[in-house]
Design a protein around this ligand. Structure first.
Ligand code: FAD
Ligand code: FES
Ligand code: FES
Length: 1345
């Protein structure tokens, strides 16, 4: 029981208000406290592990050492509430509000179009706000650093950076030099029609309108806290919770005594190691000791031989301390500090570096620790202290391995870390390779140090340590010993590689997988170090004896590029679009870059998402229990232990479902059989979310495993396990054509799946009403009508009793089309059974485990072509991994086949597709719906043909592209004119041909770094291939004061549909947008809606809104004609007096789509979006890392309804596509368990992944008669253009392989992760590593594509 009477009072401030809590739970976090206790819901939950930054707030504390106030950003989800004693917290609500005053940060991120769904926005605002509190005029580097820990899944980051950049002291963007046009924007041959300045705009917001930053307006540090800090409480503070006691001593002596009393109790400092472990690995500590008030642990001492840093110093402070020391000391003394600093810059995000302590980092001994390998090789020592006294231990391999003899005693704590200076002839370096450059745990890292005998190149001392290749940091002590006395030359290198590979051995089944890659990195890093030292030696050459220098190894110029790491750069770029007709009335907003309607509310945290709805009376929480087996019979479900727990109200099983339990083979709650790990079996209902979650662990399910168990596409084909019949399209005579061609190639392509990673996880609140079985459902969905229908059939009550409300959705990308109905229905069963409102908020792990994502694809192709690259015949067979239920897999297969030809006219074609049934969670809709995977096969074919013909891929693309009015494979007529224009514009604006030459020049001069460039065309068909999906309705009310309420069938997912609908209504009614309002999407106002998907949301709903407005205007016409001088309000008043209905339903009976699969002909899509993208990259052949140098996108948006929103969609989807093709990698265990269930393991692009130069242009002067105001839907198409980065990487890899005489036609695998790139760049190091016979071990993970 909680013991409030004995607990001390927790005192801290939130947004200038004092919080005094006696009843605080030490297990609680700041995030829960803000959201639940203080109802400050601006701070969001998205991952709960410090990995996404959605929960960022600013903490201000008085620093006892510097006696200054320190402001720093933290992730509230990892901040233990008790750690805040004496701190001031600022949340997004404390920064500004639309009700009072907006802060410039909030205003600028909104007006720069830096928000789409808005779920990440409060976190972004807080990271930027904290930066400005510390640096009112930051540098661009500081800006990127500050935002490095914040993920955004919608925007692609460019506009967020753009908004931040407006505060920076310098800006390199040419746009800001006042010309309105950037020199980077145009190709060398600027003959583009975009050159007509009066038609083209490059400005999406008016910087001049921004209010200036006035630091004097910020909240001050509360004087009461200052007084507390100046006269610190020395008393030990204790906070008792139900299960955990938090003890915060005021003196070091008390802390040491407490450590004697509670030797098992951990010290919680940043909680960035303990917090996630307690959450995921279910670690439990009844007593937690907090050393936060012990100033001795934050001391820094500079001595003549080194630097002693207090264990309590944060990693951010450590960074500053090291930087300061580097500036003060001669270079030779600071080698270790530089190496540490290098890793500190890329270790986690800013928030984590602000929270995590040096001591916590060292003591955690994380196997991937970035600092421990460097500290270990540099002979760092640990200063320990206990009630008994002090002692030093070395931070060596024994300590890192956790040997008791070399470890802290239970009653000891780490006081500080001593890091010695380096000396002349000593060289220290640090290496790391992660999935992406920033904010990612390394796969492998290393610290290396060599001391050469003065004036020579012979090794006096050598230390090498690796992280990521074992359960702890590993020291290669034995190898190093054997190399002592050797000269620093090639012979030594060869011997060292052999020794290291022997000593740092990694079994084939090693946790984390990527075994051969890791082995290769072990020696590749050594090679980099070898070169670095040689280079340093060159500088010291004058000190060599003549004899020595003559025999010394040299680094050839070609090899120098191996030395440089890719720098973190700040993206630049220009967005161009066609301006509206100068004659368009000013008040008409269509075609103008209007800010997202909710942008300001996103930025202030006032925008309400599903879980921000205040607690409703008698509300209960639900948590789901899922299968731990991939294919098994359920023998029993024992819920008794869960029900015994206090606060647990009920457990919902399949038996509780009054109506239909899903469909055959796709049950809402499994009762008899499970077909994947992660399938929902039952749900616990409890008084709190924490209790509900804990109770799920008490439910005992017994299974009997069943056969077969299928995970991979290969196995599915073997077992003939498919979800639906094959889909096929054919034209010409493929077999005959193959006979006549000059050459044929057969190949395979594997494309991995993708997690939606919407920032707002799935959530629903079901409120049962007291009358007539009515239910109100607030749900985060793209398809409320589907939720409504599913709940109706599950509960067996008519649809008309159920109302679904969607205010806004924190990102969907297809992942919230089908799945929310499952969660809504299960929650509704709970609500009906218990009679209570039920709230279900999936945590990130469950969301990723349960919901499935993009279908992984395996494609086989055979292509026949002439020697000059004209493709005469193409046969592609695709298999997608559908998972265990049908879901959208049949539709995805159809779309995949329909879209596979992309931009190419090939006379003899055969496309076949099948959806495999496997024992994995069911895959579902995802932006692009099969096209991004399928078209990668087609483009890979083209690349293969190019390689075989010895021609550049762009030539083959051009040669085979549609050229004239023609018919697609399914005989739909289309005119490729716009496609060709996009292609030519892209070639021109990217200066493709001259840059291709520059790339070749670079590649000739550099052996270890290679550049690649690729240009990809795109023809993307928009819409659903079913007529019933092409309809929409809207309801428009005009009230007697003239204000207008619009409702339509589309859902606001961040794509700005509501903004566009208001633009339409404003144009039609000829009134300002400010008179019009959209409140929510509701099944009660617009029934039978279609999912907001397939890029057509704005098209179809826009037409419905237009229709309703036109009906209303027609009714008003006689009044307007009679009083043309009147105002809108007068006319409405008159209409009311004259009994004219001021409410109208608009309806759009859309496109008649048809597709006859038997005959292979149809008219499935209303129109195409065309585009082209050119990307250039540079790869590091030794690590597999890549840098995106530049991307140019041309997209045909026709007459964009809102260029800011449309460019946002293009950029956001491009970056999401880039993630699909480069870093986003799902890992499954051989038992079918998804490993990658958090941002730690699944890497979506971060702010530093944006191409250094990123230009987007909307193609001007194109028209489409079918859509509203001739606009086009751009929600999905940009996704595939991300493949230009993939093909640029492939181009660079192909160059490497050509140069090294390795077969060029290697298997195409997406994503092009560092692992795949490194292993494809085969060299002497990849040849050295031991290879395991796959039959001899069980791998850690299995490929499922
Ligand atoms: C999102 C995220 C990303 C990350 N990325 C990286 C990365 O890229 N590279 C990397 O190397 N690391 C990374 N980390 C790990 C991070 O560096 C460590 O979690 C952190 O340094 C631990 O410090 P802490 O103060 O939070 O420790 P805590 O979690 O507070 O404590 C950890 C352990 O240290 C002990 N401890 C703490 N201080 C003392 C002391 N003075 N004396 C004795 N014992 C003590 C505690 O008892 C506890 O057992 C990441 C962590 C997160 C959450
Ligand atoms: S970092 Fe806290 S929710 Fe993701
Ligand atoms: S706007 Fe950033 S996650 Fe949606």
């Amino acid at each position: 029981m909680r013991c409030a009477s004995r607990s001390d009072e927790l005192v801290f401030f939130v947004n200038g208000r004092k919080v005094m809590e006696r009843n605080v739970d030490p297990e609680g976090t700041l995030l829960t406290f803000l959201r639940k206790n203080l109802r400050l819901t601006g701070t969001k939950y998205a991952c709960g592990r410090g990995g996404c930054g959605a929960c960022t707030v600013m903490v201000s504390k008085h620093d006892p050492v510097s006696r200054k106030i320190r402001h720093f950003s933290v992730t509230a989800c990892l901040v233990p509430i008790c750690s805040l004693y004496g701190a001031a917290v600022t949340t997004v609500e404390g920064v500004g509000s639309i009700k009072t005053r907006l802060h410039p940060v909030q205003e600028r991120i909104a007006k720069s179009h830096g928000t789409q769904c808005g779920f990440c926005t409060p976190g972004m605002v807080m990271s930027m706000y904290t930066l400005l509190r510390n640096h009112p005029q930051p540098s661009e580097e500081q800006l990127t650093e500050a935002l490095g820990g914040n993920l955004c899944r919608c925007t692609g980051y460019r506009p967020i950076l753009e908004s931040g950049r407006t505060f920076c002291m310098e800006s390199n963007s040419c746009q800001q030099k006042g010309t309105g046009k950037c020199c980077l924007d145009w190709g060398e041959n600027d003959s583009s029609p975009l050159g007509k300045k009066n038609e083209i705009c490059t400005k999406l917001f008016a910087k001049e309108e921004f209010q200036s930053l006035d630091p004097t307006q910020e909240l001050i540090f509360p004087p009461e806290l200052l007084r507390m800090a100046e006269n610190p409480e020395k008393r030990t503070l204790t906070f008792y919770g139900e299960r955990v006691t938090w003890i915060s001593p005021g003196t070091l002596k008390d802390l040491l005594e407490l450590k004697v009393k509670h030797p098992e109790a951990p010290l919680v400092v940043g909680n960035t190691s303990l917090g996630p472990a307690m959450k995921s690995q279910r670690q439990f500590h009844p007593v937690l000791l907090s050393p936060a008030r012990i100033s001795e642990l934050s001391m820094v001492t500079k001595t003549s031989d080194g630097l002693t840093i207090g264990a309590g110093c944060s990693l951010a402070q450590t960074q500053d301390i090291l930087a300061e020391r580097i500036a003060e000391l001669p270079e030779e003394k600071t080698q270790t500090y530089r190496a540490l600093l290098k890793h500190l810059r890329s270790l986690a995000g800013q928030q984590i570096r602000n929270m995590a302590s040096l001591g916590g980092h060292v003591i955690s001994r994380h196997c991937c620790s970035d600092l421990n390998p460097v500290l270990a090789v540099s002979n760092a020592t640990l200063n320990l202290i206990s009630a008994e006294g002090t002692r030093q231990i070395p931070l060596n391999e024994h300590f890192l391995a956790g040997l008791a003899s070399a470890d802290l005693k239970p009653e000891e704590i780490l006081e500080s870390v001593h890091i010695p200076h380096s000396q002349k002839w000593e060289f220290v370096s640090a290496f790391r390779q992660a999935q992406c450059q920033q904010n990612a745990l390394p796969h492998v890292n290393a610290g290396m140090r060599v001391l050469l005998k003065e004036g020579t190149d012979s090794i006096e001392d050598l230390s090498i340590a690796y992280g990521g290749v074992g359960a702890a940091t590993i020291s290669a002590h034995r190898s190093c010993q054997q190399l002592l006395g050797r000269r620093w030359n090639e012979l030594m290198l060869d011997e060292a590689c052999r020794l290291l590979l022997d000593e740092v051995s990694l079994p084939g089944s090693a946790p984390g997988g990527r075994v051969e890659f890791k082995r290769t990195l072990v020696v590749s890093f050594l090679f980099k170090f070898y070169l670095e030292v040689l280079q340093e030696l060159k500088k010291l050459v004058k000190l060599f004896s003549v004899a020595d220098s003559r025999h010394r190894s040299e680094v050839s110029d070609q090899f120098l590029s191996a030395l440089e790491d890719f720098p973190v750069t700040i993206p630049q770029g220009v967005q161009t679009y066609q301006n509206v007709d100068p004659h368009q009335p000013l008040q008409d907003p269509v075609g103008r870059p209007i800010m997202h309607l909710s942008a300001l509310k996103h930025a202030t945290g006032e925008a309400m998402f599903c879980d921000d709805i205040p607690v409703v009376d008698k509300e209960l929480f639900m948590a789901l229990v899922t299968s731990s087996r991939a294919h098994a019979k359920i023998i029993s479900i024992d819920v008794s232990k869960a029900l015994e727990l206090p606060e647990v109200v009920d457990v919902i099983t399949a038996e509780d479902i009054p109506g239909t339990n899903g469909a055959e083979g796709d049950k809402l709650l499994a009762a008899e059989e499970v077909t994947c790990v992660g399938q929902i079996i039952c749900a616990v209902v409890a008084e709190t979310d924490v209790q509900a979650k804990r109770a799920t662990e008490k439910i005992e399910i017994t299974y009997k495993d069943l056969e077969p168990v299928i995970f991979t596409i290969k196995d599915a084909i073997k077992h003939n396990s498919f979800l639906c019949p094959e889909k096929k399209l054919e034209q010409g005579n493929v077999e005959e054509a193959f006979e006549k061609v000059d050459q044929t190639i057969e190949g395979e392509v594997h494309v991995g799946g993708q997690e939606h990673f919407y920032m707002e996880t799935q959530r629903v609140l079901v409120i049962p009403k007291t009358e007539d079985k009515e239910l109100d459902i607030y749900v985060s969905t793209q398809d409320p009508a589907h939720v409504q229908k599913t709940v109706s059939s599950t509960l067996n009550i008519p649809i008309n009793r159920i109302t679904c409300h969607v205010k806004r959705v924190g990102g969907g990308f297809g992942g919230k089309v089908g799945k929310p109905a499952v969660f809504g229905a299960i929650a509704a069963v709970g609500a009906i059974k218990t009679g209570h409102p039920i709230r279900l908020v999936l945590d990130r792990e469950d969301d990723m485990l349960i919901t499935g994502g993009r279908h992984p694809l395996f494609g086989k192709y055979k292509v026949g072509f002439t020697n000059n690259g004209r493709i005469k015949a193409l046969d592609i067979e695709c298999y997608i991994n559908g998972g265990c239920t049908l879901d959208d897999s049949e539709l995805v297969t159809e779309f995949l086949i329909l879209k596979l030809e992309n931009a190419y006219k090939i006379r003899n074609l055969r496309f076949r597709g099948r959806a495999c049934m496997t024992n994995l969670p069911s895959n579902t809709a995802f932006r692009g719906f099969g096209f991004p995977q399928g078209a990668l096969v087609t483009e890979s074919c083209i690349t293969a043909v190019a390689a075989k013909c010895g021609l550049p891929p762009e030539k083959i693309r051009e040669k085979n592209m549609y050229k004239t009015v023609d018919k697609t494979i399914y005989k739909q007529a289309f005119n490729p004119e716009t496609l060709i224009r996009c292609w030519n514009e892209c070639l021109d604006k990217s200066s493709f041909h001259s840059r291709r030459m520059q790339v070749e020049e670079f590649n000739k001069k550099n052996y270890w770094k290679k550049k690649g460039i690729a240009i990809i065309p795109m023809k993307f068909s928009v819409g659903f291939a079913a007529t019933s999906y092409h309809q929409a309705a809207a309801l428009v009310h005009i009230y007697t004061d003239g204000s207008v309420l619009v409702t339509h069938g589309g859902n606001e997912l961040g794509q700005g549909i509501h903004t566009k609908m208001l633009q339409v209504a404003s144009r039609e009614l000829k009134i300002p947008m400010s008179c019009i309002h959209i409140s929510e999407t509701s099944t009660a106002t617009v029934p039978n809606t279609i999912a907001t998907a397939a890029s057509v949301g704005a098209d179809v709903n826009g037409r419905a809104v237009q229709n309703a407005c036109q009906i209303l205007l027609k009714r008003l016409e006689p009044i307007i004609k009679k009083h043309p001088e009147g105002t809108w309000e007068n006319w409405i008043e008159a209409a009311f007096e004259q009994r004219i209905s001021l409410s109208a339903t608009g309806y759009f009976r859309g496109y008649k789509a048809f597709m006859d699969w038997e005959k292979g002909v149809g008219d499935p899509f209303p129109y195409y979006v065309y585009g082209a993208a050119c990307s250039e990259v540079e790869i590091d052949c030794l690590t597999g890392a890549h840098k995106k140098i530049r991307t140019d996108i041309i997209m045909d948006a026709c007459c964009s309804l809102n260029p800011a929103i449309d460019i946002g969609q293009i950029e956001g989807s491009f970056i999401q596509g880039m993630g699909l093709y480069t870093t986003e990698e799902l890992k499954y265990s051989p038992e079918g368990i998804l490993y990658s269930r958090s941002p730690d393991e699944y890497k979506i692009p971060t702010i530093t992944d944006v191409p250094e130069e990123f230009n987007v242009s909307l193609l001007p002067s194109s028209q489409t008669p079918l859509t509203i105001y001739s606009s086009k839907g751009l929600g999905e198409s940009g996704m595939f253009l991300g493949s230009s980065v993939f093909f640029a990487i492939a181009d660079a890899v192909a160059t490497v392989r050509r140069e090294r005489d390795i077969a060029e036609d290697f298997m195409v695998q997406s994503p092009a992760t560092p692992e795949r790139v490194r292993m494809a760049c085969a060299d002497r190091f990849t040849k050295m590593i031991p290879r395991d016979d796959p039959e001899t071990f069980k791998p850690w993970s299995i490929p499922i594509a």
